[in-house]
Design a protein around this ligand. Structure first.
Ligand SMILES: [Zn+2]
Length: 777
């Protein structure tokens, strides 16, 4: 046997104590995770000054009765209803009709004609403006009960509760935006041209799922003041400064991003994200929306509005000096200044160094051995998240319908399985090495990574440093105590304390992070679970037999138990989460008709087409030109029968040379029903598009200046879209005009989806595109 076997580990506690410790820690994990869950909805007869989800739900049902995508007649009805409701509540309410414009992906510009509903609740002695924002349009495939009728309804009910009490000090501006789904164009138009958009503090309410706790996941920069206000006022303060860091690194946008880009606003963005399978889909119906979620959303909206509406906004409306660190504990939010991040990471590093030296001084582990433990800790750090990702690959192999889903319909058991898989890898690694390397060097070596991680995060994503700093700090301090006083009870207490610190800090973040990324991206949240697993090694050690016992069976029992747990959770998940009409396999299919060529094609953005989609497509293909939602993507295509449909009519209104430049004005008129958008691609051979003006608004400067200009315009005026272009150069000018509507039924060769297969919740999932090129000479 290796001579450097741990020399002085003291009297070993009994395994019953170990079992009790682990059960306590598991219970603590469950308690912290359940503590995030939203409350019971308040009944319709709740006191007038309170928020009631049941009252708000009436608005959800009205707004989300049907799909109400920007520009549709259903959307116009929703706008009328919102104006009526806010006016009845006593707000001076107007509709802002304007054209919004945003740079989109793949070099395109997106524009939309929008109808924002803006109402004002004047303050008694305003120090600034508080903006309450949500979007009233839905995505094209579903009625948008969660996204974002819930946000709008939460604001309406909050405003009702406010008007039942004394007026607030500050002005409250309710901004219900249009065309968020199309291009964030409502928010853009508001920020760009509304007289009330002078700046202030914004609270935006969004959804990326149908249930779960509303999470305050995004803030303006320098959020210390706002985070403190949130921690103090919010009734269900679920937020993590790590989410802020993650979101800043992702390309995702909401209306809130538009206002932040504008520069005059500070604020906080809240969304609920669980139940992501229903997001943007036909299943985003009122009956699927969690009323508990609605209650939490409204409780927070009302409480924050009262707090911020009554406080001095002059400092909060300006970016603060620093970002705060904050994370949830059951029922509250821990928050402390960003200035503490480095000292904490430093303290963790010093404490871990202290532990390493204490282990050496007590003859428990040499420096070399601890370094070996640290090196070996890389194995679970890399392998365990990969194993969790592998679990998803396995689930997709068993059930191919999961292939294009972010998260399954009922992901709960699968999430537990992913956690169990991570713990299995950690425990297996530990079981294989603990006799050879020793429990102490392995646990201390793992803490080296946690402390190092805390420092790295402090440098690159300070809001996330807490995840590693606290477990490392507490783990090292308790480890030092256990090394210096190696009595059985001390070891149990040390393991319990270090485990508790890891669980309290990491379990809620993991529980928020899994739904945020979905099981299809289980790798990243699993890293959080590995960190917890490594910090829990001293507790796990109590379950193992004495290293001298040489009982392989007893040692194997620990990882095997975790493995059995993983298998049980995965199999239960598979039996609980079956596809049916209410929980369908999502599918994406578009139909593209080129009337110039008399050619039609089926197109799908599913990377591995599902059974139904596969009838239409026969392999990867390219489309030859860029189309909305399909541009720049690998697509699957297949031949289709040509439908009797016409491309939009393009008529030249005027064509003049002014100051050596050609100015062309055209009118684009769809020749079929329910056209939701028109995509225009203007090309000038060997020349430049210098200016564009579409639907009465200039195309943003940074989109012009090339030989090609591409603009997708949503929510067209009833009499067609007028577009003016200024071009330089003598080369021929060509305009490709494509119009798009939603729904494929009635097309020749189309076979309806069977029960259990439905339109996916991605934009453009059931798109019908008709395109033609007009030579403008
Ligand atoms: Zn939304």
């Amino acid at each position: 046997m290796p001579s450097a076997r741990p020399a002085r580990t003291g009297r070993r506690p009994g395994r019953l104590a170990g079992l009790l410790t682990v059960v306590l820690l598991l219970a603590l994990a469950a308690w912290t995770v359940l503590g995030l869950q939203p409350p019971d909805p308040s009944p319709a007869d709740a006191p007038a000054g309170e928020f009631s989800a049941e009252r708000a739900f009436v608005s959800v049902e009205r707004i989300a009765a049907e799909v109400h995508v920007a520009g549709s007649p259903e959307s116009a009805d929703v706008v009328d209803g919102l104006v009526e409701t806010l006016t009845e509540l006593g707000l001076d309410t107007r509709v802002q009709t304007a054209v919004g414009a945003r740079a989109g992906g793949a070099g395109e510009t997106r524009m939309a004609r929008v109808q924002n509903v803006v109402g004002v609740l004047p303050g008694t002695d305003p120090t600034g403006r508080l903006y309450l924002m949500a979007h009233h349009d839905s995505a094209e495939a579903g009625p948008g009960a969660a996204d974002d009728a819930a946000g709008v309804a939460a604001l309406l009910e909050s405003v009702r509760a406010l008007t039942a009490g004394p007026a607030l000090r500050n002005d409250v501006v309710v901004v219900l935006t249009d065309a968020e789904e199309a291009c964030l164009c409502g928010a853009e138009a508001f920020a760009a041209s509304h007289p009330l958009a002078g700046g202030g503090v914004v609270l935006n309410f969004e959804a990326r799922g149908t249930s779960g706790p509303p999470i305050m996941f995004e803030t303006s920069r320098g959020n210390a003041g706002l985070a403190a206000a949130f921690a103090e006022a919010a009734e269900h303060p679920v937020a993590s400064s790590f989410a802020v860091e993650v979101y800043r690194a992702l390309p995702n946008d909401t209306d809130f991003s538009v206002l932040l880009d504008d520069g005059d606003f500070t604020g906080m963005n809240t969304a609920f994200i669980d139940g992501a399978a229903g997001y943007h889909s036909p299943q985003d119906t009122p009956d699927r929306l969690s009323r508990a979620t609605l209650q939490a959303l409204g409780d927070n909206a009302l409480a924050l509005t009262r707090a911020l509406g009554g406080s001095d906004l002059t400092t909060l409306a300006e970016p603060g000096a620093e970002d705060a660190t904050y994370f949830p504990l059951p029922g509250q939010l821990v928050q402390y200044p960003g200035a503490w991040v480095w000292p904490l990471a430093g303290a963790a590093l010093v404490a871990v160094a202290g532990l390493v030296l204490a282990l050496r001084a007590r003859g428990i582990s040499s420096l070399r051995r601890t370094a070996g433990g640290a090196l070996l800790a890389l194995v679970p750090l890399v392998l365990a998240p990969s194993a969790a990702q592998g679990l998803w690959a396995l689930l997709v192999a068993v059930r191919p319908g999961y292939a294009s889903m972010l998260d399954p319909w009922r992901p709960g058991w699968f999430r537990l399985a992913a956690v169990a898989v991570v713990l299995t890898v950690v425990l297996l690694w530990y079981a294989l090495l603990r006799r050879r390397v020793g429990p102490a060097p392995l646990a201390a070596g793992a803490l080296v990574w946690l402390a190092g991680g805390a420092a790295v995060l402090a440098a690159v994503a300070p809001g996330g440093s807490y995840l590693a700093a606290w477990p490392a700090l507490v783990g090292a301090l308790t480890g030092i105590v256990a090394a210096l006083a190696p009595a059985g009870p001390v070891r149990v207490l040390a393991a319990l304390l270090t485990g508790a610190a890891a669980v309290v800090v990491l379990a809620p973040t993991a529980a928020l992070f899994f739904p945020a990324l979905g099981l299809s991206q289980a790798l990243a949240p699993s890293v959080v679970v590995v960190l917890a697993g490594l910090a829990l090694l001293p507790a796990a050690e109590l379950l193992f037999p004495d290293p001298d016992e040489r009982s392989r069976l007893a040692a194997a029992a620990v990882p095997v138990t975790a493995l059995v747990g993983a298998a049980f959770c995965a199999l239960t998940g598979l039996s609980v989460d079956r596809f049916d009409a209410a929980h369908p396999v999502p599918s994406r299919l578009a139909y593209l008709l080129d009337t110039d060529r008399g050619e039609a094609r089926w197109v799908s953005t599913e990377t591995t087409p599902g059974e139904w989609t596969d009838r239409f497509v026969d392999g990867p293909g390219s489309l030859g030109s860029d189309y909305p939602y399909l541009a720049g993507r690998e697509v699957q295509t297949g031949p289709a029968e040509v439908a009797e449909l016409s491309a939009p009519e393009v008529t030249v209104v005027s064509d003049d040379i002014v100051g050596g430049r050609r100015e062309i004005t055209v009118r684009i008129t769809p020749r079929r029903d329910d056209v939701r958008l028109v995509d225009l691609e203007l090309t000038v051979d060997g020349g430049t598009v210098v200016r564009g003006r579409i639907g009465g608004r200039a195309v943003p400067e940074d989109a012009v200046g090339e030989d090609r200009l591409r603009v997708t315009f949503h929510a067209l005026p009833a009499d067609g879209l007028q577009a003016g272009f200024t071009v330089e150069g003598d080369g021929p000018v060509r305009l490709r005009a494509t119009d798009a509507s939603d729904g494929l039924s009635g097309l020749p060769g189309f076979e309806p989806r069977p029960d259990g297969v439905d339109v996916a919740g991605t934009h453009g999932a059931d798109l019908l595109l008709v395109t033609a090129v007009t030579e403008l000479g």
